[in-house]
Design a protein around this ligand. Structure first.
Ligand code: GFB
Length: 306
C-alpha cells in the first residue's frame, strides 16, 4: 500500500480529501511542521517517507488581502513550495501533485485560458506576488522532472469554495465572505454590502470536486504540463450574489460598493484536458455546492475559520 502525505490538510480541500478516506494517508498542517523552514520540512519528510504527496499548503487569500500583502504572499509561497518539493524529492516520493490557481495566468490573456499560456505574460497586478510564487511550482516541477525524473504534476483549479473555507469577512474569497456577511446582516436586520460592480465573471469549483479530481490525477495523470480543474462555466458576481441571497433567504437589500475592487474582469479557462483525461467526471452544479456550503456554515457558525 502506498503512503500519501497531505500538506495544508487543515484547509478546505484537505477536509474534503479526508472525507474520501484515501488509504494510508497522513494529514499534516502548519501546527505540525513549518514548511517555510527547510530543515524542519526535510526532517519531517524523512520521518514520514511518503510515496505520494498532495501539496495543498499555501498562504492564500482573497483580492482585498492580496492587494495589501503582496510581499508576504510571495515570500511564504516561494519558501513553502521550494522546501516541500525538495524535501519530497530527497525523501524519495514517487508522485507529487501541487496547486496553482487561474489567477496566476497572464492578464490580459487569450480566452479561454489554456495550460500552455501560463508563462506568456505578467499576471494581474492585484495578485502578482502570489501569482509569480505559484508559477514557480510549475517551473520547479518541470525542472525536477527533467533532471531527476520526478513525477511531480501541477494542477490549476479555478476559484474553489466549499465547507471548511476561510470565512473571513474582509480577507477571504467572495463566496465565504458573502455568506458570513449575509448571515450577520440578516441577524442585525441590515442590508448586505457587496464589493465592486458585480460585472466580473468567475468560474467556481466545489472543494469536494477538487478532492475527487486530485485522487484521479494522482493515479492517472503524469504530464509535464499542468492540468486545469474547472467545470468551465462562467457566472457574473451579480448572478452569484443572487444565488447566495436566495439560498440564505436573505430578506434585505443588496448594496454594491463600487469603491471596492473588482479585480480581474474575467479568467475563463479551457477544461478540455480534464474532459479528455477524465471523461466520466461529473462536476457538482454551483447551486447544489452553494446549498451545501451555506448549510455547513449555518451548522458550524461561529466555529468556522475566519
Ligand atoms: O473571491 P475573490 O477575492 O477572487 O473575488 P478573485 C472575486 C470577485 O468577487 C471580485 C467580488 O470581482 C470581487 O470584487 N466580490 C464581491 C468580493 N464581494 C466580495 C467580498 O466580500 N469579498 C471578496 N474577496 N470579493 C483571488 C485572487 O481573486 O482569487 C487570489 O486574488 C486567488 O490570488 C483567488 O487566486 C482564487 O478571483 O478576484
Amino acid at each position: 500500500m502506498s503512503k500519501t502525505l497531505v500538506t495544508g490538510a487543515a484547509g478546505m480541500v484537505g477536509h474534503a480529501l479526508r472525507q474520501l478516506n484515501p488509504d494510508d494517508a497522513v494529514f499534516t498542517n502548519r501546527g505540525e511542521v513549518d514548511l517555510t523552514d527547510f530543515a524542519a520540512t526535510r526532517a519531517y519528510f524523512q520521518a514520514v517517507k511518503p510515496d505520494r504527496v498532495v501539496h495543498l499548503a499555501a498562504l492564500t487569500g482573497g483580492l482585498g488581502s492580496q492587494i495589501i500583502h503582496s510581499g508576504e504572499y510571495f515570500r511564504n509561497n516561494i519558501l513553502i513550495n521550494l522546501n516541500t518539493l525538495e524535501a519530497a524529492r530527497l525523501a524519495g516520493a514517487k508522485k507529487l501533485i501541487s496547486f496553482m490557481s487561474t489567477c496566476v495566468f497572464p492578464d490580459p490573456a487569450e480566452y479561454p485560458l489554456t495550460e500552455a499560456q501560463l508563462h506568456a505574460g505578467p499576471p494581474h497586478p492585484s495578485n502578482f506576488g502570489y501569482a509569480y510564487a505559484k508559477r514557480m511550482l510549475d517551473v520547479q516541477s518541470s525542472a525536477y522532472r527533467k533532471e531527476w525524473g520526478c513525477h511531480f504534476i501541477v494542477t490549476i483549479p479555478t476559484n474553489i469554495y466549499g465547507p471548511n473555507d476561510d470565512f473571513s469577512l474582509n480577507g477571504g474569497h467572495v463566496i465565504p465572505s458573502l455568506i458570513h456577511r449575509a448571515c450577520l446582516a440578516k441577524k442585525n436586520g441590515e442590508d448586505l454590502t457587496v464589493w465592486g460592480s458585480g460585472k466580473p465573471l468567475r468560474e467556481f469549483i466545489l472543494s469536494d470536486d477538487v478532492a475527487r479530481l486530485t485522487l484521479r490525477a494522482l493515479d492517472e495523470y503524469d504530464e509535464d504540463e499542468p492540468i486545469i480543474f474547472s467545470p468551465g462555466e462562467e457566472i457574473s458576481i451579480r448572478e452569484l450574489v443572487e444565488i447566495v441571497v436566495d439560498t440564505m433567504k436573505f430578506p434585505n437589500k443588496v448594496i454594491w460598493d463600487t469603491d471596492k475592487p473588482d479585480g480581474q474582469f474575467r479568467k475563463p479557462s479551457d477544461n478540455s484536458k480534464i474532459r479528455r483525461c477524465f471523461p466520466d467526471f461529473k462536476f457538482t452544479p454551483l447551486r447544489e455546492g452553494l446549498a451545501k456550503t451555506v448549510a455547513w456554515f449555518e451548522e458550524n457558525y461561529p466555529n468556522v475559520r475566519q
